[in-house]
Design a protein around this ligand. Sequence first.
Ligand code: MN
Length: 726
Amino acid sequence: METFEEHYASMRRCILAHNPLTDMALIDRAVDYAAQKHRNQKRKDGSPYIIHPLAVAEIVAETGLDTDAILGAILHDCIEDTDSTYDEIARQFGSTVASLVEGVTKLTRVEYSTLEQQQMENLRKMFMAMSKDIRVVLIKICDRLHNTRTMQYQTPAKQISKSRETMDIYAPLAHRLGMQKIKWELEDTSLKYLDPEGYDEIMHYLGEHQAEADKFMKSIQSKITTRLSAVGIHGSIYGRIKHVYSIYRKMKSQNKSIDELYDMYAFRVIVDTISDCYNVLGHIHDLFNLVPGRFKDYISTPKPNMYQSLHTTVIGQQGIPFEVQIRTWEMHETAEYGIAAHWKYKQGVEGGSEKDFEWVRRLLESQQEENDAEDYIHSLKVDMFDDEVFVFTPKGKVMSLPAGSTPIDFAYAIHSGVGNAMVGAKVNNRIASYDQQLENGDIVEILTSKSAKGPSRDWLKICNSNQARTKIKQWFKKEKREENVAHGKASFEGELRRANLSPAILQDSELLPQLLKKLAFDNLDDMYAAIGYGGLTAAKAFGRIRDDLTRATRQSQQKEPPKMPEQSAVKASRHKDSGVIVEDIDSCMIKFSRCCTPVPGDEIIGFITKGYGVSVHRRDCKNAAGADDPRQAGRWVKVSWGTAEEKPFATTFEIDSVDRDGIWIDIATALTAAKVKISEISGREMPAGKARTVATFEVKNVTELEAIRNKIRNIDGVIDVRRGQN
Ligand code: MN
């Protein structure tokens, strides 16, 4: 068992080796504080808990991170595991250190076990986004590395789940941040637990061939060394066998056994300058046979994680291929410790090497105007995900939304059905307002109800994602179609009347196709819907066909009497002498509204139109709702049916049914059997396997109508029969 003293001493040595100027009194104070806080805790192996933070701090120091990060590592489990608080740490060690500890704590609290697979990329992004300061992720990776190193004390189940997590989250993160050395160790150690046999096979093979491999590597090494000193290039040459997991992955992906593997050896030549890199490359290609197609210049084009090197693969005299990586010392540091290496060159080094660090410059571009190196560090944030926010479903699925998103965006991101049925939201188990801005790591739950009214127009202002906005608009277009059609129709007919044209002219079967072509709609309802929805103004639509309507109206007035009288004109005249009695008005034009098609026996009410006499509605027509509005009281008049009228009246049924073959034929048959004249019958599909049939036919009165309604109700699959409301 390792002791506290050993770890403490080892950590101090490492810190001083990397930065002799470190304020060691401050480090000691942090160790005292953490040791005091963790005094009652033990590691799984029985050693004092404080050993873990010390070991993590040592790894952090090794990567070259600054004093704040080392302090953060020493204190990293204090908030999570002890009574220590952000404020207390901020008071004693400053707010930067406290924020680092708090950040690590947040990442520690993410529950991976419940997370869905296939979500790892999102999760890694969330990880970065949750840590405003990149050092938080770096400390967390070092924390994981130490936990991986001491995995033997965990239960077998824990070993596997933690190793999976390391492979899925931490190793790729280390890779993205360019921390190659740590990445390799994380992968190799995890493999040991995830596929012990595979791991052992490789280790066994490598052990058996150790002597051979050493001999081979030495011969290559000395060959290169000899050449470089001959031409006066100063460089260091290292040979190594690639790390276990990379061999393992190659075996799996190429389906080969280990002795069939193509390239297991890698050599590294580290030199002082970039021009030396290219010189060395020339000499390598001169000494050995080049494997075509394997040369890569990551110096002129660095990898996204800022890795720079020249890569080439060659074959030695023994016929064994091997890879050679050529780089400068700075590039080497970056390759080993990635973004963390940046701090090393920030501390204590005046100017100088900074300009060689092209990648640091790029990372810091936005902060160019700042001079203070400390400010650079503090402002170095992972802003690549500033425009995204990562939240969880209650089941642990990670959703990526645009920054500033609200529960509405979340609901529509899950499914439009969830958004449309939304009646509330919970964020982190508390009821949240619809406009609450979601934050990284929030757990969001949407409350839905079957009787939800659907989105409100305000939601369009609250939501922040195009997805939600589009889906809400779609809903208004679709679900409110009938309403839109009615509104659109009213305002379009209003335009016609203002121009002294009768809406009836639109029904002219010869004229209509021509009009629709000009309007660019398939049918009038579509146009009304567009007007009602606000996609088109009534005036604009009318403008497109004004001339046609005026011309057609003039022509029909000349042709007297009209050969094919227009339907509602017929109705109006028919009813005019058919005895609807309008109270207090002796003689006026009567028009039966097309929206509710009243028939004798219905309770009715009249509306005094501008210039078209009285239009008669059913009392229960929604367009007659205005009769209760005192402001319109003067325009609504009492009307009643006069003597029994034997002539037929056109009326409409809306029939809801299941969507089965032939349903409308059955309806048509029922109507025919009732000896009524059908003028129109049409059907359309509705959501959830339903269908709606609209039938227009002629009846003498409401008694006959009700008899027919009963017949239709008895048809198999019919759910509801309503009087039409167009
Ligand atoms: Mn820890």
